[in-house]
Design a protein around this ligand. Sequence first.
Ligand SMILES: Nc1ncnc2c1ncn2[C@@H]1O[C@H](COP(=O)(O)OP(=O)(O)O)[C@@H](O)[C@H]1O
Ligand SMILES: O=C(CO)[C@H](O)[C@H](O)COP(=O)(O)O
Length: 553
Amino acid sequence: MAMPGGDQELGSYYVGVDVGTGSVRAALVDQRGILLAFADQPINQWEPQFNHHEQSSEDIWVACCIVTNKVVQGIDLNQIRGLGFDATCSLVVLDKQFHPLPVNHEGDSHRNIIMWLDHRAVNQVHRINETKHSVLQYVGGVMSVEMQAPKLLWLKENLRETCWDKAGHFFDLPDFLSWKATGVTARSLCSLVCKWTYSAEKGWDDSFWKMVGLEDLVADNYSKIGNQVLPPGTCLGNGLTPEAAKDLGLPAGIAVAASLIDAHAGGLGVIGADVRGHGLACEGQPVTSRLAIICGTSSCHMGISKNPIFVPGVWGPYFSAMVPGFWLNEGGQSVTGKLIDHMVQGHAAFPELQAKATARCQSIYAYLNSHLDLIKKTQPVGFLTVDLHVWPDFHGNRSPLADLTLKGMVIGLKLSQDLDDLAILYLATVQAIAFGTRLIIEAMESAGHSISTLFLCGGLGKNPLFVQMHSDITGMPVVLSQEVESVLVGAAILGACASGDFASVQEAMARMSKVGKVVFPRREDKRYYDKKYQVFLKLVEHQKEYASIMKGD
Ligand SMILES: Nc1ncnc2c1ncn2[C@@H]1O[C@H](COP(=O)(O)OP(=O)(O)O)[C@@H](O)[C@H]1O
Ligand SMILES: O=C(CO)[C@H](O)[C@H](O)COP(=O)(O)O
C-alpha cells in the first residue's frame, strides 16, 4: 500500500459527491484535501401541497453523473482511488425490483423521495412521541417529524396500496447512492443511527417498531430498511459496478465508501484540522471543544464527546455516527439559507435588488452586504437592527425547543418597502439565525459539552456577514476551511478511507481538512448583542403566551 503524503501519492485522487437540498456537487480531491476540480448541477424539488416536499432519485442520479463526468475531464482515470457520497437524509422508496414508487396521492412514481424538510407526518410523529419509548432518549427526547419513522408510518397509513404494500426498499438518500454505485444494499451506520433509531451497540429495537404500528418491518427482519450496517468509509462490495462506472465516467472497481449524511460529511471535512498558529482556544485541546456548523438550506450543529451526553431537544447522542469512537450530538435549525432566501425574495424591493446586483455583477448577498455598509453610518453594521427583531422558526424549531408548531416572528415593521428596508430585514434574519445557534450552544453546554471554537461550512459560509454575526453573537471564533466546499472534502475523505490509503477516518480528517480564514468576535459589540438576545428569548416566550391565550375560552 502506498504511503499517504509521500511524493508518489500526490497523484492519487478521490471523488466526492455531495447531494444537497438544492443541488448536487462533485469534486476531484487530492490527498492533501485540495480541490482540483468542482462541478454543480441543480436538482428538482416538488411541493405538491403545503409541507409536502418531494424529489426524484432518478433525477438525482442523473445529476450525480453529470457532475462526476465533469470533474474527471482530462485526468488519467487510473489516478482515481476512491469515491464517497454524502446526501440529505431524505427517504427514497423503491419497489422489490428497485424501481421508484410514488410517495404522493397523484401516483407520480418519478417523485419517489420524501425530502428531509417534509412535514406531512405531524400526526404520526405526535403518536410516536406519545409512546415515550426508550429509543427517543437518543434523539434528544423527542422524535422530529423530519426523521424516517413518522414518514414510513405516513406512507403505511396514507398510501397503503400504491406504495407501502409494493415497497421493497426504503433507503436514506446517502445509502441509495452507494447502492446505486455498487449494488450493495448495506446501510451506513450514520443514516440508521441518526434517522432510523438504530443503535450502534444494540441494533434495532423490535419493541419500538411494534409499538408504533410498523411491526411489518420487524417481521421480515428489517430487510426493507437495512439489516446489514457498516461504518461510514467502509469499502462496499467489489467497488463501483461496470454499469455505474459508465454512468459516472469513473473506472469500474474503484473503492466506494459507505456514505454519510451531508451535515456529517461537512463535520468530517472541518472538525479535524490542525489549528496550530491561529491563536485559537481549541489549540492543544481535545477535538470535543470544537463545534462544526454546516449551513446550507438548514444549519446543523455537530458536537462530539467521549461519553454520551443527553441534551434535551438536541438530536443524539449517536455513537460513531460521524467520527468513529465518539458520540455525536446534532443540533439544528430547519431553515436557515432557505429562510434568508425567503425573506429577501419575498420583499417588495427584491426586483430592484436583483437589477442592481446584476448591474454590478455581484450576488444579491454581496450587494446587500455592501449596501448595509453604506447605510450604517458611524455605527457597526449589526446595530442597524436595534428596533427590528426576528424569530427564525418559520418551519418549526428543530433544536433545542424541538417544537414544530413554532412560527416565525418579525417585530418592528414600518411602512417603508425600499432597498434599505430589505437590507435591514435581511440583517435581522441573519442575526436571528445566529441567536438560534447561541441558544443551541447554551443547551449543549449546560448538558456537559465544553465548546470554544466554531468550524463553519456550507453555502452560507460564503457570506461574510453570516460568519461575522455567528462569531459576534456566540462570542466564539469561527474557523473557515481553506477549501470552501468542505462538505465535498468530507465526501472525498470517505472515498480515501474506502481506498485503504488512510488507516482511519481520523487520519484522513487530519490530513485533508485545513484551516483557512479565522473570524474573531468583535468584543466591543457584546453588550448590544446580549440585549438583543434577551429580546430574542422574549419573542418565543410571547409566541407561546399568544398560543395559550388563543387556546383558552
Ligand atoms: N455566494 C453566496 N453568498 C451568500 N449566500 C450564499 C452564497 N451561495 C449560497 N448561499 C446561501 O447558501 C444557501 C445554500 O447553501 P448550500 O450549501 O448550497 O445548500 P444545500 O446543501 O442545502 O443545497 C442558500 O440558501 C443561500 O442562502
Ligand atoms: O437533517 C440534516 C442532517 O442531519 C440536514 O439538515 C438535511 O440533511 C439537509 O441538509 P442541507 O441543509 O445541507 O440541505
